[in-house]
Design a protein around this ligand. Sequence first.
Ligand code: 5AD
Length: 458
Amino acid sequence: MPSVFIKTYGCQMNERDSEAVAAQFVARGYTLAQTEKAADVVLLNTCSVRDQAEQKAIGKMQNLVNTAKKRGNEQLFGFLGCMAQSRGQELVEKTGVDLVIGTQKFHRTADYIDDLTSGRRQTVVDVEEEAGSEATIRDHIDLSALNESSIVGPAPQKVTGFVSIMQGCNQYCTFCIVPYTRGQERSRSIEDIVAECRSLVAAGYKEITLLGQIVTSYGKREIGTKKGKSAFVQLLDAVHEIDGLQRIRFTSPHPKGYGDDLAEAYARLPKLCESAHIPLQSGSDRVLKLMHRGYTRERFLTIIQKLRSIKPNIGLTTDIIVGFPGETDEDFEQTLSIVREIEFDNAYLFKYSPRKDTPAASMEDQVPQELREERHARLLAEVNAIADRRYSNFQNQRVQILVEGPSRRNASRLQGRTRCNKIVVFEGADRHIGQLMDLKIERVGSFTLYGDPAIVNL
Ligand code: 5AD
């Protein structure tokens, strides 16, 4: 039986796309290989958000292709996803891959591999734009084959499931390549999404994370606001009704779409976890405008105040870009000051990376690399100091976690998450996986809490 190995770069949506592609192969009788070396087909699902991510995937592929050549292996290699979409044919020339598939063609991956294996084609590059019909979206996220096939690869962890609710983005932030690689926004129907969530819950999943580039724009065109509730909140209401589902999360919202209806959903819907990843990008109104973000510093602060007034212990994380073109010392100080004011639990910091065909790439006043590095280091120190303080508040606290499976760092321990999205590691047994448990925090590490097994309710 041929085998496939898929490596994923970038966001959770890419993870989800890779799972769906794996499912296509499994449905055709392929096995999932544990390593690149052992696989007949090696696919890299790529990210284009920063240049670094692209270079990493290209370097990796060059190594793989060269090694296979040297050894005389007949492996097939392919790029999927955002970089495949934006670079296309160029990748064949640069790396010698057999296959390049864009973001709207994931559903054809296994067919193309069949064509290549049977010699019907020598190479395939398919990155054509396609009006994303709902059928295409549904097609490419069909997971059923994967759910039925725990015989191949490691048994999937069946505690937390991810469900794509939409594809694409219409925001056109001036730094961002995503609207060009993922296309226009298109949303699945509420019925479809609920049906997929139900089937995950029936298969034993306890928590569902709803995924989209900007989930707060979900169904704007297709569904619209009804009785003061945005389409996204209507969706949350519908998913919340599913019996047996214990927790709901979503990522990522856009501050622009964080209306009162969504803030109030945290008060109304007990399954909705008190946690939010809300990308800030900058604390300077001037830079926010240049970025085309559609909100001000003041508006962002108002959203945070509203959320904290409803759920004081809500876990809050964000993304910030430093060194956006034209960012002055004064602008950067504004970012430092809003970070100090809000006190996020964590912030993902990015040095601005010019992306092909985006407006910011050709703006004047590109910030020198050294200054980007310096600002990144200063902000990181601030973010980490705040996070350390916030995490240390959990010492000796009792928390409830949903146990997900083995700890990433030490497989002899288990890990779970609090409702506010903090990872907790503890000594437990396999039977705890999928359970909600109360633990006492005995030690606080870097972005990790350690639970006391003595008071685990066994
Ligand atoms: N340069 C640096 N960071 C970027 N991001 C998106 N585009 C760029 C870019 N050109 C960051 C944003 C976004 C996160 C996923 O990646 O902060 O929220």
